[in-house]
Every structure is written in structure tokens, then in C-alpha cells.
Design a protein around this ligand. Structure first.
Ligand code: HEM
Length: 320
């Protein structure tokens, strides 16, 4: 009798585990808005085409916004909430202040989407689509974005300060930061390829160009010319030396040549576990693209709010 009860209980537990893991995997889907907002993807991609034509860098900035959203309590558009006198969000956390950009483009897309299908599409999903479309517009690979995320009603400056990896981190710290989000070292190396586009401020790479020894001497000298030992904190340099508005594999060629701009970039090719993969990506753009796309989907799956959790924000900057 006791063993029957145990078996029944065990079966129940297994069933619950099975159902909850199905739910976890079935949370997001490519056709989530197929009926409720059929033109969503066209609206987002048209707006991103306009935005990138106006300023190529914006594709990079929006890709980074998505990363900074997903790494802080999941892809829930928490990064888009403005600070108010009674609310402290993530925009002024150290990794974002004077650095994260592209919020206005998301506002424009959101109002276009609201005009077509009001109170239906989350800001978190708009950001996921816009990030993909920015990459595509800059010549990168495309992928199917899974949808169905809802928007957070909270944000955490503290979590943004602690959970977004630092450009001064070593490989072990980077790997463990990504592992804490369920992402592998391979995902880390593929996603860091996002640095094939966009710019960084002197303050983010000063210690690298003045103190690091695993750096090409000519490259360091060139970067020092526009990033003095003190002052010029906001002076910009491309993360990819040659093609910072083209999504390609040149970032990895830079790493192999010790021309990584951030200390964290060069950590991926510094005699450690990721050297072989960096070399592969530097020689094989198709392998990089395939891994980048798969890793973007995994990053986009980090702890989404679904079902009745969270809300569909009307204005991405404020909780309803
Ligand atoms: C691996 C850990 C990472 C670190 C430590 C890191 C750090 C940084 C830093 C310091 C900057 C320059 C910010 C500034 O100076 O204003 C930057 C820019 C950027 N990051 Fe990362 N990042 C990481 C991973 C990623 C990932 C996973 C992506 C996307 C898949 C990404 C996409 C970008 C882009 C596109 C830019 C340029 C943004 C612009 O031009 O506005 N980064 N990153």
C-alpha cells in the first residue's frame, strides 16, 4: 500500500515537473502576434531601416539595449523605464549612464505599433525585434525572434550594477556571469561578437590601452591619441577597428591580432579556453553567424514574463 502511494506521489511529482518544463519551453513563440498584430514585424523593420539609415550606430546601440535588458532580471523591458522622483530604474546604473542609447527609437516604434494594434505588443518584444532588425540592416544574419514576453512593472538599478558584466572583467568572471544566465562559454564568445558593431567611450578602454601588455603596440598608440591618460572620458572609438558599422567577423580578427578594444574582449583570446573558438570565428563567418543567432535566441529566452505576469506597457518609459 505504502509503495503504491509512493508511486502515485512520484508520478504526480513527475507529471508536475514535466508540465512545468513544457510550460517553460512553450512560453515564447514565433507567431504570438500573428492574429493580434499581423503587421508587427513590418512596422518594426521599417522603423529600424529608417533609424539605421539616419545613423548606422543605432543598430549597435539597440542590440546593446536588448543585452542590458535581458541580463537584468530577464528580457522584460525593465531598462526602458525612466527614473522619476519616486522610482529608480536602470537607466542610471553605471553600465548604462551616459552610455546606453536608442530609447527614442524604441518610443517611435512603440507608437507606430500602438497605432496599428493598441495595448497588444510588449515593449520587451519590440526591443527583441528591433535588436534583430538592427543586426540585419548592418549586414548581419537574420533569425526568427520568439515572442510573447510581457513588460516588467519594476526595475532594479542594483541588479543592473551587479549583473551586467564589466569591461574590466577576466575570462573567469565573464564565463560565470553568462553561466548565471544559463549561457555557455561558447555563447559568451559568440555574443561578444556583437562588438563587431558600435563604439565605446575612452573611460571603458583607457586602462586597456595604457596598462595591458597583450595589445598590439600600433593599435594602442592609435587609440591613445584620442583617449588621453586623463580627461576625454567620453571620446569614442570603434569596437571593431575596421568595420564598426558592418556586422561581420572582423571583431575576431582583431582579437587574434591583439586589437581587442576592451580588456574583456581580449580576454577571449589570451591563451585561455576560448582561443580556438575565436580563431574559428575569425576564419569562418558562417560558423560565427550560426552560433551568434542561436545564442541570441537563448539570450532572448532569459526569464521572460508571460501569461498574466507583468503587463503590456502603453508607454515603454512608464509603468501603466
Ligand atoms: C561579454 C561581456 C560584455 C561586456 C563586458 C561589454 C561591455 C561593453 C562596453 C563597456 C561597451 C562600451 C560602452 C561605452 O563605453 O559607452 C559596449 C558596447 C557595446 N556592446 Fe557590449 N559588452 C559585453 C557583451 C555584449 C553583448 C553580449 C552584446 C550583444 C549581443 C554587446 C553589444 C554591444 C554593442 C553593440 C556595443 C556598442 C553600442 C553603441 O555603439 O552604442 N555587448 N559593451
Amino acid at each position: 500500500m505504502a509503495s503504491i502511494i509512493t508511486t502515485v506521489t512520484l508520478c504526480n511529482i513527475l507529471l508536475i515537473l514535466l508540465l512545468s518544463s513544457c510550460a517553460a519551453n512553450a512560453q515564447l513563440s514565433a507567431n504570438f502576434y500573428a492574429n493580434s498584430c499581423p503587421n508587427l514585424q513590418t512596422i518594426v523593420s521599417n522603423a529600424m531601416t529608417r533609424a539605421v539609415n539616419r545613423e548606422a550606430r543605432i543598430g549597435a546601440s539597440i542590440l546593446r539595449l536588448f543585452f542590458h535588458d535581458c541580463f537584468v532580471n530577464g528580457c522584460d523591458a525593465s531598462i526602458l523605464l525612466d527614473d522619476t522622483s519616486t522610482f529608480t530604474g536602470e537607466k542610471n546604473a553605471a553600465p548604462n549612464r551616459n552610455s546606453a542609447r536608442g530609447y527614442e527609437v524604441i518610443d517611435t516604434i512603440k507608437s507606430n505599433v500602438e497605432a496599428a494594434c493598441s495595448a497588444t505588443v510588449s515593449c520587451a518584444d519590440i526591443l527583441a525585434l528591433a535588436a534583430r532588425d538592427g543586426v540585419v540592416r548592418l549586414g548581419g544574419p537574420t533569425w526568427q525572434v520568439l515572442l510573447g514576453r510581457r513588460d516588467a512593472r519594476t526595475a532594479s538599478q542594483n541588479a543592473a550594477n551587479n549583473q551586467i558584466p564589466s569591461p574590466f572583467a577576466n575570462l573567469a568572471a565573464l564565463t560565470s556571469s553568462f553561466a548565471s544566465k544559463g549561457l555557455s562559454a561558447r555563447d559568451l564568445t559568440a555574443l561578444s561578437g556583437g562588438h563587431t558593431i558600435g563604439l565605446a567611450r575612452c573611460t571603458s578602454f583607457r586602462s586597456r590601452i595604457y596598462n595591458d601588455t597583450n595589445i598590439d603596440a600600433n593599435f594602442a598608440a592609435t587609440r591613445r591619441a584620442n583617449c588621453p591618460a586623463s580627461g576625454g572620458d567620453n571620446n569614442l572609438a570603434p569596437l571593431d577597428t575596421l568595420t564598426s558599422t558592418r556586422f561581420d567577423n572582423n571583431y575576431y580578427r582583431d582579437l587574434v591580432a591583439q586589437r581587442g578594444l576592451l580588456h574583456s574582449d581580449q580576454e577571449l583570446f589570451n591563451g585561455g579556453s576560448q582561443d580556438a573558438l575565436v580563431r574559428t570565428y575569425s576564419n569562418n563567418p558562417a560558423t560565427f553567424s550560426a552560433d551568434f543567432v542561436a545564442a541570441m535566441v537563448r539570450m532572448g529566452n532569459i526569464s521572460p514574463l508571460t501569461g498574466t505576469s507583468g503587463e503590456i506597457r502603453r508607454n515603454c518609459r512608464v509603468v501603466n
